[in-house]
Design a protein around this ligand. Structure first.
Ligand SMILES: [Zn+2]
Length: 267
């Protein structure tokens, strides 16, 4: 009886306080992702390091965060499909450049589809020529409404990290988002090109924070009512000075989005 009461109370708590529910009430809510199959794809691997800064490789950060994310999602009862659990990719000998990249991504997508994942996340680190850009951001495919909802739920949580830039989710024609049937999101956890964020992205405690927030976003996606996801979110962003600066920058660069240069966008 006591157990039923705890579960009932947890559900009410999550419905009304999705932001804090995932962490504060974790002990009583550990079945919130039960029966869900979630695919986590740590971007790049093997000879493909992704973004590089000195001896820092994107592929290593992607894997470390994905492994922490796996543990957290499993603690909520989810079954996690990790597309790689080491330093490798799936390209075969004889393939080069984009052909190798496409082959690698297709193998990952095949794995995700064959395991019947309900949702998929691909984890990456960003880097651009301007070192002022920072902040984690979630991307969804423009044709996927559910992908957009998932991105919104994840972005909403990432924004609660102290000092985090208040970014909005964006759409992207990323290969993995375009070629997966389930709701899928690309999370660019931050910018290696930004000195402050570069330091954070090498800190295992920050990987924990990111993994925790992404998990909270997924928990909310599955459990919070639609109108709670993204509540007050757009207004908060569009009224900020940061948003106005970005809008001007975007206009002066003839619509080229300087912040999104992930090389997973192949055609
Ligand atoms: Zn990447």
């Amino acid at each position: 009886m006591k157990k039923i009461f705890i579960i009932f109370y947890s559900l009410i708590f999550v419905l009304y306080y999705p932001h804090i529910a995932a962490t504060a009430n974790h002990a009583a809510a550990k079945n919130l992702l039960e029966s869900k199959i979630i695919a986590i794809d740590p971007g790049h691997g093997g000879y493909d390091p992704g973004t590089i800064w000195g001896d820092i490789n994107e592929k290593d950060i992607n894997l470390a965060i994905s492994q922490k994310l796996t543990k957290r999602l499993e603690s909520y009862g989810a079954k996690v499909i990790l597309t790689r659990n080491g330093d490798y990719n799936y390209a075969i000998a004889g393939l080069h450049g984009r052909d190798a990249k496409r082959y690698d991504l297709n193998q990952r997508i095949k794995l995700i589809e064959s395991q019947k994942a309900d949702t998929a996340l691909t984890i990456h680190v960003n880097s651009v020529t301007k070192n002022s850009y920072e902040g984690a951001e979630a991307f969804y495919h423009p044709k996927s409404q559910e992908g957009k909802k998932l991105a919104l739920a994840i972005q909403q949580e990432l924004r609660t990290i102290p000092g985090m830039e208040k970014r909005m989710p964006k759409f992207s024609d990323c290969y993995m988002l375009r070629n997966t049937k389930m709701p899928a999101v690309l999370v660019e956890v931050g910018y290696l090109s930004n000195p402050h964020e570069r330091k954070l992205l090498q800190d295992p405690q920050y990987w924990d924070t990111l993994a925790g927030k992404i998990t909270d976003g997924i928990v909310n996606y599955y459990n919070a009512p639609d109108d709670v996801i993204g509540q007050g979110f757009w207004q908060e962003t569009t009224s900020s000075t940061y948003f106005m600066i970005k809008l001007l920058e975007y206009s002066f660069n003839f619509g080229k989005n300087l912040e999104t240069e992930c090389d997973c966008i192949i055609h």
